[in-house]
Design a protein around this ligand. Structure first.
Ligand code: GAL
Length: 445
């Protein structure tokens, strides 16, 4: 008899808890058919951009990635878009699109191929790139570390060992003064979350490790590196505008009545998003204090792609289709298109009380069937959020052109321009034209 009472009470408690979660943590979905996606307005000072990263476009690199590609017998990045030789032409594409800013990254392995050996020629090439952008009226946004670094750094244990952070600091403080007279906007690191989890837990990025504890340690060290670099660079040039690009992936429970799904969701949202936000806001991460990180950003960069429906059976690879809601459109990468998530992503980041720069958003879509709509839905959401008072200053579409998509190699095509890798021809896609005309009308409106 007593057992029956206990069981019934437990059941009632379970139902009440899941019901409260359901109410307090809603998963918004819009009826997109009833929305006029052309109904957007952006402030005059809004920045329109596109983004790329060195290892994905330059070609001819020799870094932790090329080493990993060979060791794991993965598709080789090889010549990529041969941007190292074709960058002048690629800058013309930026003008054709009409963007006002371009986010790209500097390849540390080119600048410091061996420890303490600086390659002035490579520095000059980046300097020429910056001059070329400015001459075209395009503001550079420079990322200092976008997943790739020199082999010597990797072999010392990379960001896994805290004593190695000094090398990253040296590289940043070495090159910053070359460009800080012309570049104001800087991202120290790209996606500490993706970098550490893919490299140290999922084993899909170098160094290919599979340990959640290692991933957490690397994420912490990357944030410490960010914090230290931020303060050093601000001392060198107080007017610089320095932040980092944070990937916000939203984890939602696959079954909204299943408490285990909720608990997994809470844990993942903390590990992936909450811990980094907390390090910047409170200087604490995973229960420990992280030195110099609190307040170490003038803006927060948001890389937004999707939400992930979660259960305790977590996929250990990205090479599968993730679950999606029935009405959702699944993209080529296997995750759903979920522009609605920008609302929660920006709400979380707003806790930092910093301007938000959307440093990446885009979709892999070789046929360009989805991208025009994907772009318009996300821009519609951003326009709405700005009207509601969210401080979003820019939008950088990922990506200018098709490129080497890390673990997925050349199979994924994210470009507003199609790249024929045989001939290195770039051809604007319909989505590129859509973006071009949105920028034009918003700039003149
Ligand atoms: C991001 C990454 C980019 C690009 C993009 C598309 O996580 O920063 O370099 O690969 O994903 O998947």
């Amino acid at each position: 008899m007593e057992w029956t009472v206990v069981l019934i009470s437990l059941l009632i408690a379970y139902l009440i808890i899941t019901f409260l979660f359901h109410i307090f943590f809603p998963e918004h979905h819009l009826d997109w058919q009833s929305i006029n996606l052309d109904d957007i307005t952006f402030p005059n000072e809004f920045t329109w951009g596109v983004a790329t990263a060195s290892h994905q476009i330059e070609g001819g690199n020799s870094n932790n990635w090329t080493q990993f590609e060979e060791r794991e017998n993965k598709e080789r990045s090889g010549l990529a878009c041969n941007h190292w030789n074709l960058w002048q032409k690629d800058h013309e594409l930026l003008t054709e699109l009409g963007v006002s800013s371009y986010r790209f990254s500097i390849e540390w392995s080119r600048i410091e191929p061996n420890e303490g050996e600086w390659n002035e020629e490579a520095i000059l090439v980046y300097s020429d790139m910056i001059d070329s952008l400015i001459a075209k009226g395009i503001e550079p946004m420079v990322t200092l570390h976008h997943f790739s670094h020199p082999i010597w750094f990797e072999e010392k244990g990379g960001f896994y060992n805290q004593e190695n952070l000094i090398h990253f600091k040296n590289y940043c403080t070495k090159i910053f003064p070359y460009f800080s007279d012309r570049v104001t906007k800087w991202c120290t690191v790209n996606e500490p979350d993706v970098f550490s989890i893919m490299g140290y837990h999922m084993g899909m990025f170098p160094p290919g490790k599979r340990s959640p504890l290692k991933a957490i340690r690397v994420m912490k060290n990357v944030m410490i590196a960010h914090g230290e670099v931020y303060h050093e660079l601000k001392q060198l040039s107080p007017n610089s505008y320095i932040g980092l690009a944070k990937n916000v992936t939203i984890f939602d429970p696959y079954r909204r009545w299943n408490l285990l799904h909720w608990l997994t969701t809470f844990a993942l949202n903390y590990i992936w998003n909450g811990a980094i936000i907390s390090s910047l806001k409170r200087g604490r991460m995973y229960g420990k204090s992280v030195k110099h990180v609190k307040g170490s950003a003038d803006f927060i960069g948001l890389n937004y792609y999707t939400h992930v429906l979660t259960s305790p059976f977590l996929p250990q690879t990205t090479e599968i289709d993730l679950p999606s809601r029935k009405h959702e459109i699944v993209t080529e990468f296997g995750y759903p298109m979920y522009a609605e998530g920008l609302q929660r992503a920006t709400k979380w980041l707003s806790k930092l009380k910093l301007p938000i720069e959307i440093t990446e958003n885009g979709v892999s879509d070789g046929e360009d069937k989805l991208r025009p709509n994907h772009l318009k839905r996300h821009l519609w959401m951003i326009s709405k959020l700005i009207k509601e008072g969210v401080d979003i200053r820019s939008y950088y579409h990922w990506s200018l052109m098709d490129n080497f998509e890390w673990a997925e190699g050349y199979s994924m095509r994210f470009g507003l321009y199609h790249v024929d890798y045989e001939t290195q021809t770039r051809t604007i896609r319909d989505s590129g034209k859509t973006y071009q005309s949105i920028i034009k009308s918003q700039k003149s409106g």
